[in-house]
Design a protein around this ligand. Structure first.
Ligand SMILES: Cc1cc2nc3c(=O)[nH]c(=O)nc-3n(C[C@H](O)[C@H](O)[C@H](O)COP(=O)(O)O)c2cc1C
Length: 365
């Protein structure tokens, strides 16, 4: 028996395992596999057009009736800043020349769009059971419209202050995202990456600070991490990097190879790929321009500027200019289909948790 079933009961899922939404790396196949296995499959929508979201949701709703999560970013749309853009292009100029690309090449797609009224209409049409946000929450009237559908609303907190802020605005659960986490930090009340807490420190403090259930995220790579998260008071886990190893993950062979070689000490927080701090595997651009650069344009504009050289480099098998997002626990990942991974993690965690329960406790059954 799971020591805490609050998230399972809230979302209507069998296992307290949430496959993290990972923009650009997760599509309908993974969501279906995880939800069918009893976890919560999450479709990241930040890099999808409304039409693409509609298509993915159509496929998902056809192939599973289990609960799913739709995930959106809610960052402030960036202000164009020609001075910063010029400075950034100058910093990158030698790479453009090296790869034979015009340094003034227009920014390419791959941008992230914040949650808006059009995306809210899709939520209302498809009524996913859970909606999760990154970088805070959208404006109140959009939240009210989502809430009216009955969907549970959750978001990431990287500090106790952010967790309280989210609870005060009605979140049904809080994702406590520790420093170890792969991809973008969900931070929205602070920009100071040096004071961000690790999962081990953050989760119990968030659990103490809020009444709603807490989902632990960041560096949870296998069953041991799940058990630890429950010991810290979490009611579920959200795992990202672990799912990047699945065949359903939409990661390039360059990214997959880098994940296979990943170690405990070769990821870093960097803003050079998008303009916001995110954890990825150290590569040439991070080493030579980052990891943090004051010149990087506001999120997500930096991503568009770099895109032309990233594409050329990738075509020659180089990940020098690619964002190789990864958390700190990639090395414990297993290469399994997403459904099998979810079932294995759930079954093994349950066995481990029951072994840890004190003799005579009802949890030893
Ligand atoms: C490749 C990648 C992309 C991510 N994209 C998103 C996203 O679109 N939305 C989001 O809420 N979180 C995103 N995250 C963060 C995850 O939700 C989660 O916090 C993180 O993966 C947990 O740490 P772990 O990777 O060590 O398991 C991403 C993480 C990774 C690794």
């Amino acid at each position: 028996m799971w020591p805490d079933r609050r998230i399972q009961d809230l979302f209507g899922i069998e296992l307290p395992i949430i496959q993290a939404p990972m923009a650009g790396s997760v599509g309908s196949e993974m969501v279906i596999a995880v939800s069918e296995a009893g976890g919560l499959g999450s479709l990241p929508c930040a890099m999808l057009t409304p039409e693409q979201i509609r298509t993915e949701l159509g496929i998902i709703r056809q192939r599973t009736s289990r609960p799913i999560n739709l995930n959106f970013f809610c960052h402030r749309p960036p202000q164009e800043d020609p001075v910063r853009d010029t400075a950034w292009r100058q910093r990158l100029e030698s790479y453009f020349i090296e790869l034979g690309v015009d340094p003034q090449a227009p920014a390419l797609g791959g941008l992230r769009t914040p949650f808006d009224s059009e995306r809210c209409d899709l939520v209302i049409e498809f009524t996913p059971e859970v909606i999760s946000f990154h970088f805070g929450l959208p404006e109140q009237n959009l939240l009210d419209r989502i809430r009216a559908t009955g969907a549970k609303i959750i978001s990431s907190a990287t500090s106790v202050d952010e967790a309280r802020w989210l609870e005060d605005r009605g979140c049904d659960a809080i994702i406590a995202q520790g420093y170890e986490a792969g991809g973008h930090r969900g931070m929205f009340l602070s920009e100071n990456i040096t004071t961000q807490a690790g999962t081990m420190a953050l989760v119990p403090q968030v659990v103490d600070a809020v009444k709603v259930p807490v989902i632990a995220a960041g560096g949870i790579g296998d069953t041991r991490g799940i058990v630890a998260a429950f010991a810290l008071g979490a009611s579920a886990v959200q795992m990202g990097t672990a799912y990047l190893f699945c065949p359903e993950a939409k990661v390039s062979s360059i990214h997959r190879d880098a994940l296979r070689r990943a170690k405990d000490n070769n990821t870093v927080l960097t803003n050079v790929f998008t303009g916001r701090p995110a954890r990825g595997i150290v590569n040439r651009l991070i080493r030579e321009v980052g990891p943090m650069s004051d010149l990087a344009p506001e999120f997500p504009l930096a991503a568009g500027v770099i895109a032309p050289i990233r594409a050329i480099a990738e075509a020659t098998g180089s990940g020098d200019f690619s964002a190789l997002w990864s958390g700190q626990a990639a090395a414990v990942g297993r290469e399994l289909p997403a459904g099998e991974l979810t079932r294995q993690l759930g079954a093994e965690a349950l066995v481990k948790l029951s072994r840890l329960a004190p003799v005579g406790s009802s949890q030893t059954a």
